[in-house]
Design a protein. Structure first.
Length: 528
């Protein structure tokens, strides 16, 4: 609910953030932030013009779409205050807070934190930076200590206690070993027997287990909003088949969580730790496990062939039903795009198979119509030139460069005092610390400046790519139907084409406006 006030300070923009979808669903954190921010803004004499709720990591600044919109509106003078609950709700990096604070100052807007009054003096800004920097260092120390403790545990021959249980086992968290759960272990042996002895496909194995009502590896651990329970999937079975723990070999420290990409990545093999024999009791013999790997070889070869088979929309098509990517698959002579929900614990979203030949021909027909009309691309190029790039990135780069220059001036002043000092009473240690702190701040700002320059360069590259498409169209406008598959794909990538499809219902968007009166075709506004 938007509060109203009869004060005369103007409109305030309320910005509230949590890091995860789970926190958003819980609602507690966002609701409490909104309530406190609205109350504080009203108390200070502002009316609440807009409330923004965003789910995004506080370590990022330039990738947050809602915050980017809010900052642009503050710069445009639409709001006279930006209100957040604490500094870390706005940004976890003190440099990012500094950039937003300076941006508000230049726009004549007040940056307000409910729990941390912002001191605009030089001393206050220094203290604010130090507090933020100290919190940042402490977070890094906690992560480093946690990582070191986990590494020490596996080097001592014990399993880590974090993560889900391996199907067929439960961990003894004190001894750091796995113990067999016989009902599940019997299912594991049955799966390997079906796969190696009876030569049953993984999809058929999953179907048999579901038909018999066998609880899956994820059941009880994963729940879905529509009430469904986790089910058996071929991808689950592949994970089981290739895990050497089932033949009694336990490998630890082979994956790491990438917080930026929000997924686990494989560590280099020389970092892996082999735990002692007996850490995980074998459920199948090494011969049976090896037979399963041999059976998987033809499947891997078929998957590799499928990757090399050309699909015009590979990576460019998503499911209209659930939003997941669609994967290219082939059976006999039929090429199709299938929703990846089929491979998830929750099962199929209900989306229908999309015929590849038909949709690829349809997409190219629409795109080639644009390519044959250079005036559409020329108009888009002119629009972008008038915009002059992303003003927000350029503004941030200017602010960061200005801050770096200021720190360099302060450091030079300290160095001058240091050189001129002759008296033993001079606070040598304090000046040394301040010089070191300034040097660290400079490194931090240099990293931010490098990131901003890279983002601006990528944007300019996209502009150049569109210009190349325009020049290319002028050359081949009359020969579009004779382009090679690779040339068509390059044209789609240059125009940022994205397709949303379900069965025979298709929608197309791109970075160049695509004009058509056909039903189901979304007229895209330019978007980079």
């Amino acid at each position: 609910m938007v509060a109203e006030h009869n004060g005369h300070k103007g409109a305030a923009l309320i910005y509230c953030r949590v890091s995860t979808k789970h926190q958003e669903d819980d609602g507690t954190s966002l609701d409490s932030q909104v309530e406190a921010c609205v109350k504080h803004a009203t108390f200070l004499g502002y009316t609440v013009g807009r409330i923004t709720r965003e789910v995004y990591s506080g370590a990022e600044l330039h990738d947050r779409p809602l915050l980017a919109r809010d900052r642009a509106d503050v710069k445009a003078g639409k709001f006279q205050a930006l209100v957040a609950y604490t500094t870390d709700r706005l940004a976890r990096d003190p440099i990012h807070v500094f950039i937003v604070a300076e941006e508000c100052d230049r726009a004549g807007a007040e940056l307000i934190f409910v729990t941390e009054p912002l001191d605009r003096s030089d001393e206050g800004q220094l203290l604010q930076y130090v507090r933020g920097y100290t919190a940042k260092i402490e977070r890094e120390k906690i992560k480093e200590r946690s990582l070191r403790g986990k590494r020490t545990r596996v080097e001592n021959g014990k399993l880590l206690n974090a993560g889900t249980e391996l199907y067929g086992y439960r961990r003894d968290k004190v001894r750091g070993v796995r113990e067999v759960i016989e009902p599940e272990a019997a299912i594991v042996r049955q799966i390997f027997d079906w796969y190696t002895s009876e030569r049953v496909s993984l999809r058929e194995i999953a179907r048999r287990l579901e038909a018999r009502g066998v609880p899956s590896a994820g059941r009880g651990k994963y729940t879905f909003r529509d009430g469904r329970e986790a089910r058996w999937t071929p991808s689950q079975l592949v994970y089981m088949m290739r895990n050497p723990a089932y033949k009694g070999e336990t490998v630890a420290w082979c994956t790491a969580y990438n917080f930026r990409q929000k997924r686990h990545t494989r560590r280099p093999q020389d970092e892996w730790v082999m735990l002692p024999e007996g850490t995980t009791p074998a459920l199948v013999s090494p011969e049976v496990w090896d037979a399963a790997q041999a059976r998987r070889e033809p499947n891997r070869a078929a998957a590799a062939r499928n990757k090399h088979r050309f699909y015009l929309l590979r990576g460019l098509i998503t499911c209209a039903e659930c939003g997941r990517p669609r994967s290219p698959v082939a059976s006999h002579e039929h090429r199709r795009y299938r929703c990846r929900s089929l491979e998830t614990l929750g099962g199929s979203c209900g989306g229908h198979i999309v015929p590849a030949d038909a949709i690829e021909a349809w997409v190219w027909d629409k795109v080639s119509a644009v390519l044959r009309d250079p005036s559409i691309i020329a108009a888009e190029l002119e629009r972008r030139k008038e915009e002059g790039g992303d003003d927000l990135l350029q503004s941030d780069l200017t602010a960061a460069n200005r801050a770096l220059a200021k720190i360099e001036r302060q450091q030079e002043k300290l160095l001058g005092q240091f050189r001129r000092a002759e008296d033993d009473s001079f606070p040598w240690e304090l000046v040394r610390r301040e010089i070191a702190r300034a040097e660290h701040e400079k490194d931090q700002f240099r990293a931010v400046i490098a990131d901003l320059k890279a983002r601006i360069a990528a944007q300019q590259s996209a502009q150049q790519q569109l210009e190349a498409v325009s020049a290319y169209c002028a050359r081949v406008a009359t020969n579009l139907d004779r382009l090679s598959e690779g040339e068509k794909r390059l044209a789609l990538e240059a125009m940022r084409v994205q397709v949303v499809a379900n069965g025979n219902d298709w929608r197309l968007t791109g970075s160049v406006p695509i004009e058509s009166g056909d039903k189901g075709l979304v007229l895209s506004s330019p978007c980079w």
